[in-house]
Design a protein around this ligand. Structure first.
Ligand code: ZN
Length: 290
């Protein structure tokens, strides 16, 4: 474990204890404490596993790396959802270059490619990277973005979905994304929302807290200010209204995917209300390189 002396976003040394929690998801032993930066409000794990140590805190069957080979009903729903988001939120460019950092199962890249994007991915889990690479016939980088050394002004879109909160140097990564995006290019970020109703309700048992693999937590103000500082102009912040996150506080949804479908009519109205009031459990941020 390493001590974090300054805020990973704004470098301020002013901090207060925020919450101490156990790893209820993967069962890593011990207590994990988060600090809150008194300058930018970033919530960050301190002490935290170092970059060298972090791998051993992930379970072998890390959810983002499981790849469904069969075309299940669940997978069909996911594909519809991803295509809708791509079509509605990301202006399409012919021969445009699309990078996903933290490609996981590769579902987003697969859908982006089908629409016509020229896709590339980064996925540090070698097994997952190999599977995506084979399936899509594309190169997947297996190192950190900062080590990939992409050229300046290379991409039209960089997507970083539920990945920024896992990074040791989130501000440096945002600056690098800014560098590799073309002028006017778009960054699409998704992160958990520490100002959510769910966090207030479940506190240290909140599903998305996920110590010690979630190293940082953001609210709307923190992420907006920092993106501005990194050279981006915010286009839109949307609060995610899918009921899936909420259900995860109660059960392992990967084992009970049918629950998604039968509970949706009941939970969706609540999720929608939380999304409209900015209290939903996740945020989607779309910003443009200035
Ligand atoms: Zn800060």
């Amino acid at each position: 474990m390493e001590t974090v002396n300054k805020c990973p976003f704004c470098s301020s040394k002013e901090k207060k204890h925020f919450i101490t929690a156990k790893d209820i998801l993967y069962g890593n032993k011990g207590n994990f404490s988060y600090n809150k930066c008194q300058n930018c409000e970033l919530v960050y794990l301190n002490p935290r596993p170092s970059e060298k140590e972090i791998g051993k805190y992930y379970p072998k069957t890390y959810e983002k790396h499981k790849i469904e080979q069969k075309k299940t009903f669940y997978r069909i729903l996911v594909d519809i959802f991803l295509k809708l988001q791509l079509n509605l939120r990301i202006p399409f460019k012919k021969n445009g270059k699309f990078l996903e950092i933290g490609a996981g199962q590769g579902y987003l890249l697969e859908n982006a490619e089908k629409i016509g994007w020229n896709v590339t991915g980064i996925e540090i889990n070698k097994k997952a990277a190999e599977k995506i690479s084979k399936k899509l016939g594309i190169k997947i980088f297996t190192k950190d973005l900062l080590e990939c050394k992409f050229k300046k002004n290379s991409f039209d879109v960089v997507a970083i979905i539920h990945t920024l909160e896992h990074m040791h140097h989130p501000f440096k990564e945002l600056k690098e994304i800014h560098k590799i995006l073309k002028p006017g290019g778009m960054i699409w970020i998704e992160v958990p929302n520490i100002d959510s109703f769910e966090f207030k309700l479940f506190k240290k048992k909140w599903y998305a807290l996920q110590p010690p693999v979630h190293l940082t937590h953001f609210n709307k103000k923190t992420i907006s200010k920092t993106l501005n500082k990194a050279g981006f102009k915010i286009k839109k912040i949307r609060f995610d209204s899918t009921p899936w996150f909420f259900l995860r506080n109660f059960t392992d949804l990967d084992k009970h995917k049918w629950l998604y479908i039968i509970t949706m009519p009941f939970i969706y109205p609540i999720s929608l209300l939380l999304a409209l009031t900015g209290k939903a459990t996740a945020m989607k941020i779309y910003a443009e390189k200035k």
